[in-house]
Structures are given as C-alpha cells and as structure tokens.
Design a protein around this ligand. Structure first.
Ligand code: GTP
Length: 603
C-alpha cells in the first residue's frame, strides 16, 4: 500500500462517551469482521475491563476501506488506554499515529479526560476530527457542545461530525473524514535501516509475548534478527502480522504500517513501551526520541488475609508481573500482617486492577495497606558534602528524623470539571487536601478548576470523596508536577502500646493532630472490645498526639450474649470463627482486616 493510502489514527474520549462503540461500528461497516463474529465491544478483551468499562491495554485493528474517491485505503486504529494512570502509554501510542477522532458525548460535553487526552494528541502533532456522539438522545445539544469544544479546547469544531455510534447514524461520514481530513504517514524509506516503535506488548499463552509496532523507516520481515535499542535484547521474528482484529500473518511491514511480531520473548518485562526496534545487523543509528520507562508512583503492601496463602500470593504476583512491566514488587514483613509484598503501581486505578485480579483470578483474600507515594528524604550531610537522597517507598522505613535535613513530596496538577452548584464543595475538598488553586474558569455551566495538590492527599480516597460531594458529576484528571519540600513527619499508631507498622503514615505536621485523632476514633470503633482495656494512640517520634481508650469487655456481657439456646450459641461461635479469620492478632489484640483500610480514610 502506498503511504498516501494509509491512515493511522486513535480515538480520544472521556470514559463512557462511546469510544468502544464507535470502534465497533467502524469495524462492522467495513465488514472487517463477519457479522456472526461481531460482539459488542470487541476491543475490550479482558473481563475486568468489560465489567469496569475501562480499556486498559492498547489494542489495535486494521481496516480496509474503499473511499468515495474509489481508492482502497488501509486504516489502522490504535485503541489507547483511557485512564490517567496510563498517561505515559497513551502519549507513546499517540506518537505512533498521525491523527485522532475526538469523541465527545453530545449530552455531556467536554470532560476532564477529554481535555487530558486531546492535549496529548495535540502534543503528538495530531490532526484532530471532532465527533459528537449520542445525538440519538433527546438530551443531545450538538451546537452547545461544538461551541464548548472551541472555547475550552481551542480547536475548530463547526464541522464536527454528528453521529450515533449506537444506531450507526453518521458512521460513513466518519470513515470519509478519516481519509480526507487526517494526514497520511510522512515519507519513510522502505529500504532504509529498520526503525520501528514498540507501541505495546502483552502476553499470549500460545505465542508468548506479542509486540505491537509502528514502522517508521525500513521494512521488518519474518525471520529478521531484531534488536531493542533501549534494553539491548535481541530476538528472531517468528511471526509477523496485522490485527483484523484477529491475527493475520504478513510477510513484511513497511513504513507507516502498524502490526505485530512474536519472537520467543518470555516476559512482557523485556519489552519497554516506547523502545526503538531495529535489525541486529545494519540497524539504524539513532533511537526514536523521548523514551522514558514508566515508573511506579504509588506503593502499598499486599498481605494475604490467611497467612498460609503467602506462597500462593507470591505465585500470583510473579505471574501478573510477567505481564505488566509497570508493576513492581518486593517482599515485605510486617509485625502486624506477617509476610507480604510491597508493590508499586502507576496510580490508584492500576493498584485496584491488580488487587482485584489477585483476589478474583487467584482466589486470595488480601489486606491492602495505606497507599503511599515516594518521598524524597534528604539526609543531613557532614561538612559541606552533598545531601544524601533516600527514596522512601514505605513510611515504616523512615530514617531517624534527627538525621534528616528535609523531605520532599510529589505534587500533581489536577484538573477538575464540575457543574457550578458543586463548585464550593470541590474547592473545599481541594483546600482540605492542602491544594493550591492555580486556575478557575467557566466552560458553559461547568467550572474548570486547576489545583496544585500533594499526590499523597489524592492517593487514598480523593476520587471517592470527589464523586460523593459532586454526586458523580465531576470529572478529574492529573499529571505529575515534580517534588517540593514541605513539613512532613511520620505518624505512628500504637495499639496496646505497640506500634502497628501497617498503620504508619507520612503526614503534614499541621494536619497530624487532626489525622491522628480521627484515626484513633475510627480504630476505637473498628477494634472489638477485649477482656482488658486497650489504649490506642497516635504519635510522632516519642510524642503522643492523640489517644483513645477502648474499654474492657465485662464478663457478664459475654455470658448474656452466649447464654440460653444452644443452636444460637453455636451459630454465634461459628460467626466468631469466620470473623477471626479476618482478624490479625497483634500482640494480645485482634485487629479486623477492614480496620487497616478504614482507619486511613479521611472523612
Ligand atoms: P470506555 O471504554 O470506558 O472508555 O468507554 P467508551 O468511551 O468506550 O464508551 P462505550 O463505547 O463503552 O459507551 C458507553 C455507553 O454509552 C454504553 O452503554 C454505550 O452503549 C452507550 N453509547 C455509546 N454510543 C452511543 C450512542 O450513540 N447513543 C446512545 N444512546 N448510547 C451510546
């Protein structure tokens, strides 16, 4: 296929605005898949994605299309992940294509992820075709949304295509627009040394690791010996092909083309998104610019509820890690929770997905400790030497504060779109989380606020709080902004005078008392009464800043509740046994599993 008849594009949209439905329609209308094989949301492969309605791994499909000009075109759609945690993957896959369809739900308008994703597309120099979806709905307001796209995003929208991905209305216009309004790939030379971008990779049980690539220059052929320029790893190309969306073998892929190869690559970890692929001999000199490996930003401990399941957990984590290069782990022991793993994630959603998969696919019940960000702890130096930097992933490892010069924390720039009536609550929430307001503008009846926030104030329950104070009407997105010094301390929690390391956390000094008090009150409600009095304290260093006391259970109370009916007594005992499993014995005190999570929520 000549370059002039190739179009590579992605679809950018806020969650639920209809990206997958539109992709399905494009595939269907071009007869890419036989009718009987067509199932809704073809591109969302994994169950969990389907259930949560989020697309996590990029996917791709090659569509043949005969346009009104009579020519045959090859359209390559790359489906990019829609969530902020995967921002780096999105930005790389955008660099593999030349244009984007910007899908906006005509009943909703522009949302936070619309903005984040469209700006990534603009950064990648994309030509953008706005598409207004769901115009079959009575609530659709295409004219208002066009105006909003122009005001807020600043791109031309009067010629936006009005469609219903559900009924199929307007889909032929989208196909024509892809051909007429998006550019073809710029002239790569098929005879030049191979230069291809590693767009994505995943594990296939039959084929091993499948690598999605975009060829920039040169030609890749079956049987080639290739080299990954960042990792230096070398492989033979066993299978080369394209997705329709089922795999179809091809002999070669030339400039502008998108396809996959396999080559006895054992683990996804060996493939880095954004890496440059060339041939081992006569390869290209310079890799593609801008490569950076994705690094975990949120860490938490994962422990099995039932400590005998530790080996099963190890097995599950190792298997998941093979297939997810951006997830890190190391063994951790906790006095309260026993053996487990300290794991690193790209963000909260990533954490939730991994945790869910362990519970669901491997049947292991987990205790998750408070998510923590990575702090930069600078140690005091002797005689003018440079300060030593320690990256703190776990508050339990915090060095002796008297030896610490200062601590820096990661900050984010958060963009929130919210209907006017909830604005006050959102501002209050951001203020409570130590936010600094950077901007406040209006886009129609919605306000757009931009805040500088500490990431650690967002990782735990910010999304949940935001959703609840705005009844689900706010949308949220963020990007990392770098590190800044603040007055941060480690707060410990002592139950029955013993520190519970899993409840340690880093807090701002000014918030410590308030947080400590809230935590002790919560724990008092969550820990069942024992036969003795239990002090619950929050402390910074040796100084107690909050205290509650759980009073002792009186003997006659137990007698009363277990007295009488024998079957009732048995039932109670069984319940108690089941409950016990979910408890962690700590010293002489049983702490229920949910205490570790609930105590850390701030409401
Ligand atoms: P993510 O994969 O979560 O990013 O969502 P998405 O943007 O792919 O949205 P999806 O295609 O899953 O559509 C979201 C919901 O909107 C689904 O329930 C669709 O059936 C519905 N939907 C999509 N397009 C239309 C449309 O044109 N009209 C109507 N009425 N509903 C639509």
């Amino acid at each position: 296929t000549p370059l002039s008849q190739i179009r590579n594009f992605s679809i950018v949209a806020h969650i639920d605005h209809g990206k997958s439905t539109l992709a399905d329609r494009l595939i269907q209308l071009t007869n890419t898949v036989a009718e009987r094989d067509m199932k809704a949301q073809l591109l969302d492969a994994m169950d969990i994605e389907r259930e949560r309605g989020i697309t996590i791994k990029a996917n791709t499909v090659r569509i043949d299309y005969t346009a009104k000009d009579g020519l045959h075109y090859v359209l390559n759609l790359i489906d990019t992940p829609g969530h902020v945690d995967f921002a780096y993957e999105v930005s790389r896959s955008m660099r593999a294509v030349e244009g984007s369809l910007l899908v906006v739900d005509a009943t909703q308008g522009v949302e936070a992820q619309t903005l984040a994703n469209v700006y990534t597309a603009i950064d990648a120099d994309h030509e953008i075709v706005p598409v207004l979806n769901k115009i079959d709905l009575p609530a659709a307001e295409p004219d208002r949304v066009k105006e909003q796209i122009e005001d807020v995003i600043g791109i031309e929208a009067h010629d936006a295509i009005e469609i219903s991905a559900k009924t199929g209305l307007g889909i032929p216009d989208v196909l024509e627009a892809i051909v007429t309004r998006l550019p073809s790939p710029e002239g790569g030379d098929p005879d030049a040394p191979l230069k291809a971008m590693l767009v994505d990779s995943w594990y296939d049980p039959y084929l091993g690791v499948v690598v999605l690539i975009r060829v920039m220059d040169g030609t890749i052929r079956k049987g080639d010996q290739i080299k990954m320029m960042q990792t230096g790893a070398k492989y033979g190309v066993d299978k080369l092909g394209v997705f329709r969306p089922a795999m179809e073998d091809v002999k070669s892929l030339g400039p502008g083309e998108i396809g996959f190869f396999t080559g006895s690559i054992k683990q996804v970890r060996d493939t880095k998104v954004g890496d440059t692929i060339t041939t081992e001999k006569k390869g290209c000199e310079d890799p593609l610019p801008g490569f950076k490996p994705s690094v975990p930003v949120v860490f938490c401990g994962l422990f099995p509820v039932d400590s005998s399941e530790f080996e099963d957990l190890r097995d599950a984590i190792e298997k998941l890690a093979l297939n997810d290069a951006s997830f890190s782990y190391e063994m951790e022991t906790s006095a309260a929770l026993g053996f487990g793993f300290r794991c690193g994630f790209l963000g909260l959603l990533h954490l939730e997905v991994i945790r869910d998969r362990i519970e669901r696919e491997y049947g292991i019940e987990l205790i998750t400790t408070a998510p923590s960000v990575v702090y930069h702890v600078y140690m005091k130096a002797k005689d003018g030497a440079d300060l030593e930097l320690i990256e703190l992933h776990n508050p339990a490892d915090m060095p002796d504060p008297s030896k610490v010069d200062h601590i820096e924390e990661p900050r984010i720039k958060a963009t929130i779109l919210v209907p006017d009536e909830y604005l006050g609550d959102v501002l209050k929430l951001c203020q409570d989380r130590r936010g600094i307001q950077l901007d406040l503008t209006y886009a129609g009846p919605r306000a757009m606020v931009v805040y500088d926030l500490p990431l650690n104030e967002v990782v735990f329950d910010f999304y949940d709080r935001l959703k609840s104070v705005t009844k689900g009407y706010a949308s949220f997105d963020y990007q990392m902004e770098g590190y800044r010094e603040d007055n941060l301390v480690k707060m410990q929690v002592l139950v029955n005078d013993e520190p519970v390391d899993a409840l340690s956390m880093m807090v701002h000094r000014d918030r410590a008392e308030q947080r400590g008090r809230a935590m002790c009150e919560k724990l008092k409600d969550l820990i069942p009464r024992h036969m003795f009095k239990i002090p619950i304290q929050a402390a910074i260093g040796g100084k107690v800043i909050a205290r509650e006391t759980l009073s002792a259970l009186r003997k006659d109370v137990t007698a009363k509740c277990y007295g009488g009916d024998a079957t009732r007594k048995k039932k109670l005992l069984e319940k108690q046994k089941a409950g016990k499993k979910k408890m962690r014995q700590f010293g002489k005190v049983d702490i229920p599993q949910e205490a570790f999570i609930s105590a850390l929520k701030m409401d």
